[in-house]
Write a protein that binds this ligand. Structure first.
Ligand code: SF4
Length: 486
């Protein structure tokens, strides 16, 4: 059971010493048929400090803390997900997300029980109506593994039972009576843990409402128990298209072959899969990890959709980081990797204010008719901020077209605002050095490569003098050949 690898992510996934999935000694002899069985995984879920103590080195204080925390917020981890933890690393990112820690116990003094104020917008059992055209329907509080940072951990204290038929019917009646609702997000807990007949009852009920256009399912099962994405489940989901799955990978070590296979089953059934990550200190709050995660997601054809700032949930202060950190990571992604690998970074406003998207500031200054913008390299450019004016309106008294002023190299943002110059480029940018080099070697750069062999003129008997080749121009020419596939 290998984690997916890439050159960029070589620091993650199996290292030479941990090749393949580590089956802890306790599970080493379990046949694959059992390991891949949902029933076996649930029957062997890790639930107590004693269970953890058999798998990881734990101090007495840690054991006691896990036991105490288990009383207030449920603890359970499937063997599959637990096996992603490196037992030799006390700071392992998967462990931080899933195993209670002494820090969590201290942090119980801080944070909110319901930081997003979901209860305040609850219009029927489990049904939150906050945004104009969509609702959230929490159909169960059960998950096969419980994340310590979950915004709905308040629900774990009660029963983990799914909504009763009467409760589901009440929620469906609300949706039916509100024609503005076109999108229903079915979440939990994890809706994909429900028995198929129960989940199908919910989906069929939603689908029968004519004004509901799409159904979304929020599930971490592809990450925590990918064997649950079984053919029967997928076939049932396929019947309720258009249906989207939002899943939740937080770290590249979660990108295993099993997870990729689960995603593949969904995609082959025409179910698009997006990812929502949570920014967590010590888990994914570095550019290196986040880049490996989003690029790994693209390799398994999952689109990184949201990066949530971690909400102020009780017991999670040790997992929260600053918004500045999130923006710094975004700065390192935008322009530096595939555009659709870059998630939208959102802060959920307290008390049900909704999602607020944030990004680094690319608007540097604004004048009456000109904006100064910044690109990912730090190049400042002036951009006209006025509707295009027809050429006729630009004719001078002498009948000539008014030309833009001659541009000179910019010295400042003020020059850009005054439209004296178009860009201000930091020194040493490889992109501009390459351009410069290409300009000094035009015959390699464009003409020769773009003219078909048949149309190319015969070479003159006496070759034209060439621009002397420097290492830089040679490199530029080579880069160009690579781009042009020659
Ligand atoms: S899987 Fe989702 S709902 Fe369940 S504990 Fe984790 S974050 Fe919460």
């Amino acid at each position: 059971m290998d984690r997916l690898r890439s050159p960029e992510a070589s620091g993650f996934g199996p290292s030479g010493s941990r090749a393949g999935r580590q089956r802890y000694d306790a599970w080493r002899d379990i046949p694959s048929s059992q390991w891949l069985s949902v029933r076996w995984q649930l029957q062997n879920t890790v639930r107590t400090a004693a269970d953890v103590g058999r798998l990881l080195p734990l101090s007495d204080a840690e054991q006691a803390s896990i036991d105490r925390l288990g009383q207030s917020y449920r603890f359970a981890v499937t063997p599959y997900y637990f096996s992603l933890i490196d037992p030799e690393d006390p700071h392992d990112p998967i462990r931080r997300m899933i195993v209670p820690s002494i820090e969590e116990e201290v942090d119980l003094e801080l944070g909110e029980v319901d930081p997003l104020g979901e209860k305040a917008d609850q219009v029927a059992p489990g049904l939150t109506h906050r945004y104009p055209d969509r609702v959230l329907f929490v159909v169960t509080s059960f998950c096969t593994s419980y994340c310590r940072f979950c915004i709905r951990k308040r629900n774990w204290r009660g029963s983990d039972a799914a909504r009763s038929t009467e409760e589901v019917d009440q929620a469906l009646a609300y949706i039916r009576s509100h024609p503005e609702i076109r999108d229903v997000l079915v979440s939990g807990g994890d809706p994909l843990t429900l028995p198929l007949s129960q989940l199908e009852y919910v989906l069929r009920g939603i689908r029968e409402i004519p004004h509901v256009e799409i159904v979304r399912i929020g599930s971490r099962e592809p990450v925590m128990l990918p064997m649950r994405i079984e053919p029967e489940l997928v076939a049932m989901l396929e019947r309720y298209s258009p249906l989207w799955v939002n899943t939740h990978f937080n770290h590249p070590n979660e990108l295993t072959q099993e997870a990729a296979a689960a995603i593949d089953r969904l995609l082959r059934a025409g179910i698009p899969v997006n990812n929502q990550s949570v920014l967590l200190a010590g888990v994914n709050d570095s550019l290196e990890v986040m880049k490996a995660l989003v690029q790994g997601l693209l390799r398994i054809r999952v689109r990184p959709y949201y990066l949530y700032h971690c909400d102020d949930v009780k017991g999670t202060a040790h997992l929260r980081t600053s918004i500045r950190r999130g923006l710094e990571i975004l700065e390192g992604l935008r322009g530096h990797t595939t555009g659709f690998a870059v998630p939208t970074y959102v802060v959920d406003a307290p008390d049900g204010g909704g999602k607020i998207p944030l990004m680094p500031n690319y608007l540097v200054s604004q004048g009456e008719r000109t904006l100064v913008l910044r690109n990912f390299e730090g190049v400042l450019v002036s951009v006209a901020d006025e509707a295009p004016v027809a050429a006729a309106a630009k004719i001078n008294g002498d009948g000539q077209l008014r030309r833009r002023r001659t541009r000179r190299p910019a010295q400042s943002v003020s020059d850009l605002l005054a439209d004296e110059s178009q860009r201000l480029v930091p020194a040493g940018l490889p992109h501009y050095e390459r351009r410069e080099a290409l300009r000094s070697e035009p015959e390699t750069a464009g003409a020769a490569a773009s003219v078909s062999p048949a149309a190319r003129p015969e070479p003159p008997s006496t070759p034209a003098p060439r621009t002397p080749r420097t290492p830089r121009t040679r490199r530029a020419a080579r880069d160009l050949r690579v781009i042009q596939g020659s």
